[in-house]
Design a protein around this ligand. Structure first.
Ligand code: AMP
Length: 115
């Protein structure tokens, strides 16, 4: 989709700091990191969010999760732990409508949700 930011990053039209690429997924650093380590993992194929991806293609969902886990390992997050977030829809705070996992860590992350 030419009007999708993350599709344009996957296509190489917009630069990103890529940390891992597979046949089906791409992982790159968030442009506005919310933690010492903040990497986004996307599917190369466009899906709006994790709910639509998981129902349409469980195998590709597994690819996305595997890449997130490998990124957590290569970023050195396994020993102290990390957080994996899929913001979904308006209430979930999703800003970019292309499924993406946030891999966050490298420091204590505090409470899961602030109220
Ligand atoms: P979300 O609110 O879950 O949709 O997250 C979207 C994320 O994309 C935010 O954390 C942004 O900082 C990040 N972002 C936006 N534009 C870019 C970009 N060009 N490269 C890397 N990350 C980006």
């Amino acid at each position: 989709m030419t009007d999708c930011l993350f599709c344009r990053i996957v296509a190489g039209d917009i630069p990103a700091t890529v940390v891992r690429e597979t046949d089906t997924t791409l992982a790159f650093r968030d442009i506005d990191p919310k933690a010492a380590v903040h990497v986004l993992v996307v599917t190369k194929e466009h899906f709006v969010d994790i709910a639509s991806l998981a129902q349409a293609d469980p195998e590709l969902t597994g690819d996305l999760m595997e890449t997130a886990a490998v990124v957590a390992e290569t970023e050195g997050l396994l020993a102290d732990g990390f957080r994996l977030i899929f913001n979904t829809g308006a209430y979930g705070g999703q800003e970019v409508d292309h499924v993406h996992a946030h891999v966050l860590g490298g420091e204590p992350l505090g409470p899961m949700v602030c109220k």
